[in-house]
Design a protein. Sequence first.
Length: 53
Amino acid sequence: MGTPSVLGGIRIEHFEYVACRVPEWRVRWEEPDDLSAPPEIPDNSQWKLFPTD
């Protein structure tokens, strides 16, 4: 499950994994038109945000 984080970005939690926080550009809230198209990755972007809490 993903929810907006008070620290910015999206906090992702699942009982089988370690919780993490990612930038908003990594999350899709709706299915893309072309499922085989790659995601748009901003230049010099972070993949994971710290701290997670």
